[in-house]
Design a protein around this ligand. Structure first.
Ligand code: GRF
Length: 187
């Protein structure tokens, strides 16, 4: 069994997808869910699954180095860290320690639409296809080697909300599939 951690900041539907997947459960133990937002919905999701959590408020620390030091103590010896809507940039030092072991999901066909509001921007630009990317994390925002992408043709009769829903469904499927491949050593 591999040992993994999931980092999240918000609603946690991707966390939920990974943590509920029988395939993922057969390959890895989720040792910890790390969250930088007190009160985020993802915290209850982890607690309901009896997954250990580390919730911190960055404002309680002098700087990034200080809170990452504490995170690193909590995430000792993990095989992989999956970011699932974690809204903070990991430092160079952190990424050095977990080189090639931190994976992120982003709701766009990278390298297009890096950063926030990616789905809205792609929708408003009238993109024919909208999709999802899973990639290794490096120091560049939404950079790093691409591991998997999937997309669908946008039906502009659908509202932005509906298209966002489609993207999130696709995210959950692709994250489970790709995480399983990584855990099996196939990626
Ligand atoms: C997802 O769209 C993910 O791709 C992005 O942040 C969002 C998190 O959603 N990085 P959730 O918290 O997993 O529901």
């Amino acid at each position: 069994m591999k040992k993994i951690g999931i980092f999240a900041s918000g609603t946690g539907t991707n966390f939920e997808a990974l943590a509920s997947s029988d395939q993922i459960k057969s390959l890895a133990n989720i040792k910890i869910m790390v969250c930088d937002k007190t009160g985020a919905k993802v915290i209850k999701r982890a607690e309901d699954k009896n997954i250990k959590t580390f919730v911190f408020n960055p404002k309680d620390y002098a700087n990034k180095l200080a809170y990452e030091k504490e995170i690193l103590e909590k995430v000792k010896d993990l095989d992989y860290i999956f970011l699932a809507g974690y809204m903070r940039i990991l430092s160079k030092d952190f990424l050095e320690k977990y080189k090639g072991k931190v994976v992120n999901i982003h709701p766009s066909l990278l390298p297009k639409y890096k950063g926030i509001e990616s789905i809205k921007r792609a929708y408003e630009a009238g993109e024919e296809y909208i999709g999802v990317t899973i990639h290794y994390v490096n120091e560049e925002i939404d950079g790093g080697e691409i591991l998997a992408q999937d997309k669908f043709k946008v039906d502009y009769n659908k509202s932005l909300d509906e298209v966002e829903g489609q993207v999130h469904d696709l995210e959950h499927r692709l994250y489970i599939k790709t995480a399983a491949e990584i855990l099996k050593g196939e990626k």
